[in-house]
Design a protein around this ligand. Structure first.
Ligand SMILES: [Zn+2]
Length: 356
């Protein structure tokens, strides 16, 4: 097995890994293993990849997508002593219920998270801040790399180029909206990267997590410079993710949802993937942001989708075939280490095979 990255000097591959995210256990998140598994797989497939370390930014990257009061809430969460916040809350803050503003940090969860499983523990908040910073800085690295490659091609028109950066992110991000988090997501990492990249060209965000990327959709729903695509099992979060959600008045066609019936396997998934790839081709983006989750694998996500592990190899190859400058963020998986590690391995081996 040879999975070394292509030797072409214009193929540039890197990871932007915050040490905090790589080494932190995240005990309150149901799937702590995916960063470990993803990094191991990525490093095996791309042993020559540059290892970049993001600088901490005190929430600046998160502010590119999220409201200041929400970012301040997460920053406060990162500073609280471990165990100081008492759960569960058992309150759903429907507008009809809300008479006064919450007065405690616990109470502010009802304001800033749309579900009860998402909790602003110190580790999760710190991880969110690091992941947001890494997403922004990974995007800047990608944009700079592509600019340099474009300049080089002007000198040598026959040269080909490609660029890939992995941003291992924990907590995940694709369910986080501009003013609230939820679904275990605090900051919208893929959206933070996409917004930065959209400063220098059109961007597609492709979300292959089992669940709908409702947060990413919300961020760009009316933004014609970013096409958001999500392939997911129908259902959660019940109030978004349907095929008729095709973009706001300022961006008609700017969102593509490809929901699949619960229990679908690759026979249903593959045509949806092809539809997504065709839409990406038509949009002619300068960059791709991939929200990579493994929970469509059949042992994970309560079987909402039933991909075999080997199908992640197909996904890696098909998405790599786009040959777009790509930033990858890590989304869901459900703590089944073996299937996560195997899916990650096959995904990046498939990608490396195509870019060799
Ligand atoms: Zn998921």
């Amino acid at each position: 097995m040879n999975t070394t990255a292509k030797n072409d000097p214009t193929t540039v591959i890197a990871e932007m890994t915050a040490p905090y995210v790589e080494h932190q256990e995240f005990p309150d998140i149901v799937y702590p293993t995916s960063v470990t598994a993803t990094l191991a797989a990525f490093r095996r497939s791309f042993p020559a990849a540059t290892r970049l370390v993001p600088e901490q930014d005190d929430g600046a990257a998160a502010l590119s997508v999220h409201s200041r009061d929400y970012v301040d809430f997460v920053k406060e969460g990162s500073r609280r002593p471990e165990g100081a916040t008492k759960f569960p809350l058992n309150v759903i803050a429907l507008p009809e219920l809300r008479v006064s503003e919450p007065r405690t940090f616990e109470g502010r969860h009802t304001r800033y998270f749309f579900d009860e499983v998402t909790r602003a523990t110190p580790a999760v908040c710190e991880g969110a801040l690091h992941s947001a910073a890494a997403s922004l800085q990974g995007a800047r690295w990608l944009a700079d790399t592509v600019a340099a490659q474009t300049a080089e091609r002007a000198d040598r028109p026959s040269s080909s180029s490609a660029a890939l950066v992995l941003v291992p992110s924990r907590p995940p991000g694709h369910h986080a909206l501009p003013t609230v988090g939820g679904g275990l997501c605090l900051f919208a990492n893929a959206a933070i990267a996409a917004r930065e990249l959209s400063r220098s060209g059109r961007v597609v965000v492709l979300d292959i997590d089992q669940d709908h990327g409702n947060g990413t959709q919300a961020v760009f729903y009316d933004d014609p410079s970013v096409l958001t695509i999500s392939i997911h099992a129908e259902g959660w979060p019940h109030v978004a993710g349907f095929s008729e959600e095709t973009g706001g008045p300022g961006a008609p066609g700017g969102n593509l949802n490809l929901p699949l019936p619960t229990g679908s396997g690759f026979a249903a998934y593959e045509p949806a993937l092809e539809t997504a790839l065709e839409a990406i081709g038509r949009f002619e983006p300068r960059y791709l942001v991939l929200a990579l989750g493994y929970d469509a694998q059949k042992e994970q996500g309560f079987g909402a989708l039933r991909l075999e592990t080997e199908h992640f190899g197909v996904l890696g190859r098909r998405i790599a075939d786009l040959r777009l400058p790509t930033l990858v963020t890590t989304e869901g998986c459900y703590g089944y280490y073996e299937s996560t590690a195997e899916a990650a391995t096959l995904f990046f081996e498939g990608w490396a095979e195509r870019w060799r």
